[in-house]
Design a protein around this ligand. Structure first.
Ligand SMILES: [Zn+2]
Length: 148
């Protein structure tokens, strides 16, 4: 068994170099393989997006159908930039907030609010509703959390 001090000896001095000389035939083959890999990757991304779009479309259709069936008010809003727009002043942030960023801070008016609440308010405004009256409110006929 080695001690940590002995394992570390010379570890910083090791240096490896490698040069790969590839013939033009091999280079052509590698480039063709790279093009194939790129094609497969792009195809997978495209199919994944298509499947996600189909799932979102099916969910949206089902939601609209349910709302009509139960005579509910449903409003569709454009989802673009809902996390970038300020619900208070309407200014749009120049950059997307990463998903890990949970707080929205408006650079124009200085409003600070939880990211999801800000985007919910933006959606309410886009739907023509007043977000000030929606805090803690439930739609008429909604089940209580205990009963759901
Ligand atoms: Zn603002």
């Amino acid at each position: 068994m080695t001690t940590p001090e002995k394992r570390g000896e010379g570890a910083g001095r090791a240096r490896y170099t490698c040069r790969l000389r590839v013939s033009s035939t091999a280079r052509t083959g590698l480039m063709a393989e790279w093009a194939r890999c790129r094609w497969v990757w792009n195809e997978c991304v495209a199919r994944s997006r298509k499947a996600a779009d189909a799932a979102i479309g099916a969910t949206k259709t089902a939601l609209i159908e349910r709302a009509r069936k139960h005579a509910r008010d449903i409003r569709l809003v454009h989802p673009a930039h809902t996390t970038m727009d300020c619900a208070h002043c309407g200014a749009r942030a120049k950059h997307r907030i990463p998903l890990s960023g949970r707080t929205y801070t408006c650079t124009a008016c200085g409003t600070v609010s939880p990211r999801d609440k800000n985007s919910a308010r933006v959606m309410l405004i886009r739907a023509g509703l007043n977000p000030a009256g929606a805090e803690g409110a439930r739609p008429p006929g909604a089940l209580l959390p205990e009963a759901a």
